[in-house]
Design a protein around this ligand. Structure first.
Ligand SMILES: Cc1ncc(COP(=O)(O)O)c(C=O)c1O
Ligand SMILES: [Zn+2]
Length: 413
């Protein structure tokens, strides 16, 4: 018996059945929030029973909005590494720092957590085509999961999307439509297309309430890792803010089920050059006001308007007693370099979490005594040129063993 009970509208609180193929609330156009029989799960299922299942997002199946387990489309996403990084902790200035590397997901970014759910729903509902708008990572994820499901994909990306991301999507067989303009403009056009009914594609973009739920698994994985003793703070890069909203939902569900007794402070990090969530959080407004586009190295976070999600993000940050902070590109590059010193190859947008935490501690907004989890969200291969420009491949080439030995000897100290 599924514990997924349907949706409630964040706006008008209208309720919808679990088998309905929905995006936004048909009554008022607001975002929908999946509802579960948490009391039933608490009664029937032990938290430690989940913990012994095969790894990945789907070990939490009862907490995901899926009705037909046979429809599940998976590439082995989730349960990404949790790495204690003491050197990085000293650099950042906290007692205990854990890096959760979502770069280890199948397509190299956090997006796989949510796209596995939307691809599954596309199969349940009988669609033939998956689609999304994207700054790049979502596009490659949608393309991969469509391929895995034997479906087609169409992705809409800004024309300046990094080549590795669009290459990955194309190689998975996606049809790529490059669009002029910045992400907020493309998002508005794409959503207009989807809601016009002109195409019968399964939307894996910002309005899909099923997809969002996949992000909750961050919270479950983190709590389980610490034997249900949650950390003081979880820091995550934010573009639309969905990851913040759903991670917070996961922690809230665990408390409601009596699995945990605390929740972490959720902390959103954006590029200072593109920080609409940060600004509105500190301005104390209920909605996020769009800002003008400014360039940043963190291209996946270049959204100037989080739209409907913005208000939900502010609620999650405030309810959790969290914070929001912007970082300069130079701090992001420093964070990427420090992550590399730990053996982690992370794209700029994924590395901002480290830079944000460091700044929070320096400004006295996070305590040095905290145990913190920073999520790094995308592989360095995703924005390869940004990294390639920071190293020099030596020009010389050794031609035989003698030269090789000479080169090695020259390195002896
Ligand atoms: C690498 C990376 N990190 C973080 C995010 C932010 O995710 P969200 O939209 O959930 O805030 C994105 C979104 O595109 C991303 O590509
Ligand atoms: Zn509504």
């Amino acid at each position: 018996m599924p514990y997924f009970k349907g949706f409630a509208c964040f706006g008008c609180r209208a309720a919808y059945r679990p088998d309905q193929d929905l995006l936004l609330c048909p009554a008022c156009g607001q975002l929908l929030d999946a509802q579960y029989d948490l009391e039933g799960i608490r009664r029937d299922l032990d938290r430690d029973r989940f913990a012994t299942r095969p790894v990945g997002v789907w070990r939490w199946a009862e907490l995901l909005p899926v009705l037909d387990p046979a429809a599940i489309v998976t590439l082995g996403e989730g349960d990404t590494p949790m790495l204690r990084c003491d050197r990085l902790a000293r650099h950042v200035g906290v007692r205990e720092l854990w890096v959760k590397s979502d770069a280890s997901n199948p397509t190299g970014s956090l997006k796989d957590r949510s796209i596995t759910v939307s691809a599954t729903k596309a199969r349940e509902f009988g669609y033939q085509v998956l689609s999304c708008d994207s700054t790049g990572n979502k596009a490659s994820s949608v393309a991969a999961y469509a391929a895995r499901a034997g479906l087609r994909s169409v992705v809409f990306c800004p024309e300046d999307t990094p080549t590795p991301k669009v290459t990955q999507a194309l190689f998975f067989g996606a049809t790529l439509i490059r669009v002029r303009g910045h992400y907020a403009e493309i998002n508005a056009m794409y959503r207009k297309l989807i809601h016009s009914g002109a195409v019968h594609w399964y939307d894996c973009g910002t309005d899909n309430p099923f997809r969002y739920e996949g992000k909750k698994t961050y919270a479950y994985e983190i709590a389980r890792h610490f034997d249900w003793q949650v950390p003081d703070r979880v820091v995550h890069p934010a573009n639309g803010g969905m990851s913040i909203v759903k991670t917070w939902k996961g922690f809230s569900e665990m408390r409601a089920m009596g699995w945990t007794s605390h929740s972490p402070r959720m902390t959103a990090v954006q590029a200072a050059a593109c920080d609409p969530i940060v600004r509105s959080f500190h301005a104390g407004t209920a909605e996020v006001a769009p800002i003008q586009k400014r360039p940043t190295i963190a291209g996946a976070l270049a959204g100037t308007d989080p739209g409907l999600l913005g208000a939900r993000t502010l609620v999650a940050l405030r309810e959790s007693g969290g914070d929001a902070i912007g970082v300069d590109d130079s701090e992001t590059v420093e964070a990427m370099t420090r992550l590399a010193e730990e053996g982690l190859f992370i794209e700029p947008s994924g590395a901002v979490a480290i830079a944000g935490l460091r700044r929070m501690v320096a400004e006295g907004r996070a305590s040095p005594d905290e145990r913190v989890v920073c999520v790094v969200t995308g592989s360095g291969f995703k924005d390869f040129d940004r990294i390639a420009e920071r190293v020099t491949i030596p020009e010389g080439v050794v031609k035989d063993y003698d030269e090789l030995l000479g080169a090695a000897r020259a390195l002896q100290v």
